[in-house]
Design a protein around this ligand. Structure first.
Ligand code: GDP
Ligand code: MG
Length: 438
């Protein structure tokens, strides 16, 4: 693949921005890679549209080729789509937390019951398992074997054919015995059918579990969208657990399932043993699905070096007392992340007034407006805002589409900020800023 990449992108070097033209081949290769990872076709299609829109017009670092920049963006998008990270079982303070596992037959529900029990025991939380798979006689015994291995109580009823009742009785028992977590091991079928869904819905409704997790076989292919869709329609899912990711499977089904359900991926199963359960990490999964780790790493490094250089330049300027509106703008662009600006301001002596300004509802819009206003200034104005008189102010305001008073305010704020920024290097706050950027 990487040889194909090289040749496909040879013609694209040295372009300044990502465009439909210079992204086309790259997108095609990303698409192929995702299909090879078993991401469902429709999901790949949506993802490609989304990523194209995201990437269009993005600056390509001089040291990078467009495809490297594109792959980096794709990788970051994958991470963000696969997130958020939430491996908490959201245990309740009072009474037992009820966790229901559902999924197709053979997806790994019963094994995962054991894995979760092991995890809870390690945290000194007492679990109880309920054998609610009444479809196969062997299923109850399988859960008992696991219970004996882990020394975890298992509730089952030999003659009861009603899984709702079994769950209710199991929960009553768990309460009586002081178990903190009850895990319901429900039945699965080889393919989605209405009877199974009806059964699960009845349990969901009557028993009202606190957490409902869909267990999905990581080796599932194109079908993942359909089966996950059926469970998602029938039940109020709280999370997904994907099993069998210890093999060669690239796990593209996870992206499909995530796309359909939108709920957090809690854990991944990486083996048959009870300790083979890992909290889900989007980064690792994104790399596994995309399998372009080298390119991503190279592109990341290039960006890191550039960021580092810009930061050093900014600090050198501040140290030399030469802090201009351009630097201010650069800073705004860098830290226009929610909350970060406010945090920084809060750390600087005398900046409390700006903290409120930066954390206000209009902060994001305000930052954009500020950047726009500075963009409308000449270089001389940015270096020395004192030259901005009434005429210049009107011109700048017109260019930026804001009121003239906004420009006066901006200049006033900048003048107030300048000495503080310039003295920052001497006070150690610069070091704290450095820390926050990492
Ligand atoms: P259920 O029908 O959903 O209850 O599935 P089971 O828990 O009985 O698991 C079906 C098969 O998958 C068993 O042979 C398990 O050992 C195996 N299995 C479950 N999870 C994993 C996993 O994470 N990795 C591997 N390699 N096998 C697993
Ligand atoms: Mg089972």
């Amino acid at each position: 693949l990487s040889e194909g990449l090289q040749s496909a992108f040879k013609s694209l070097s040295g372009k300044g921005k990502l465009s439909e033209g210079n992204m086309r081949d790259g997108l095609e290769i990303v698409k192929t890679s995702m299909l090879e990872a078993d991401v469902s076709y429709s999901v790949v299609q949506d993802f490609m549209d989304h990523v194209t829109e995201k990437a269009l017009g993005k600056r390509v670092l001089l040291s990078l080729r467009p495809h490297e920049e594109l792959v980096r963006i794709v990788h970051d998008e994958l991470i963000s789509i696969l997130g958020p990270v939430d491996s908490s079982l959201h245990l309740k303070q009072e009474g037992p937390t009820i966790i229901m596992l559902c999924g197709l037959q053979g997806s790994g529900k019963t094994t995962t019951c054991g894995k979760l029990s092991q995890l809870l025991k390690e945290e000194n939380v007492k679990p109880m398992l309920v054998a609610a798979d009444l479809q196969r006689p062997a299923a109850i015994e399988q859960l008992h074997v696991i219970g004996r291995q882990l020394d975890v109580p298992v509730y089952s009823e030999a003659d009861n054919k009603n899984p709702v009742k079994v769950c209710q009785n199991g929960i009553a028992k768990a309460k009586a015995e002081g178990a903190r977590v009850v895990i319901l091991d429900t039945a699965g079928r080889l393919a989605i059918d209405e009877e199974l869904m009806g059964e699960l819905q009845r349990i969901d409704k009557k028993v009202a579990p606190d957490q409902v997790y869909l267990v999905v076989d990581g080796m599932t292919g194109q079908d993942a969208v359909n089966s996950a869709g059926a469970f998602n329609d029938a039940l109020e899912l709280n999370g997904v657990i994907m099993t069998k990711l210890d093999g060669d499977a690239r796990g593209g089904a996870l992206l499909s399932v995530k796309h359909v359900t939108g709920v957090p991926v809690k854990f991944i199963g990486t083996g048959e043993h009870f300790d083979a359960l890992e909290p889900f990490r989007p980064e690792g999964m994104a790399s596994r699905i995309l399998q372009m780790g080298d390119i991503v790493a190279a592109a990341r490094e290039a960006h890191r070096i550039v960021d580092e250089k810009e930061r050093e330049e900014l600090e050198a300027k501040m140290a030399s007392g030469d802090f201009t509106l351009d630097d201010f703008k650069g800073m705004m662009e860098k830290v226009a992340k929610p909350g970060l600006m406010g945090k920084m301001m809060g750390l600087m002596p005398g900046m409390g007034q700006f903290k409120d300004m930066m954390e206000s509802d209009e902060a994001a819009g305000g930052i954009r407006q500020t950047i726009g206003a500075i963009n409308s200034m000449t270089m001389a104005e940015r270096r020395n805002p004192k030259v901005i008189d009434v005429h210049r102010r009107t011109r700048i305001a017109k260019g930026a589409g804001v009121q003239a008073s906004t420009i006066s305010q901006l200049v006033k704020q900048f003048e107030q900020m300048k000495p503080i920024m310039q003295s920052m290097m001497g006070t150690g706050v610069g070091d704290r800023m450095k820390m926050m950027r990492q």
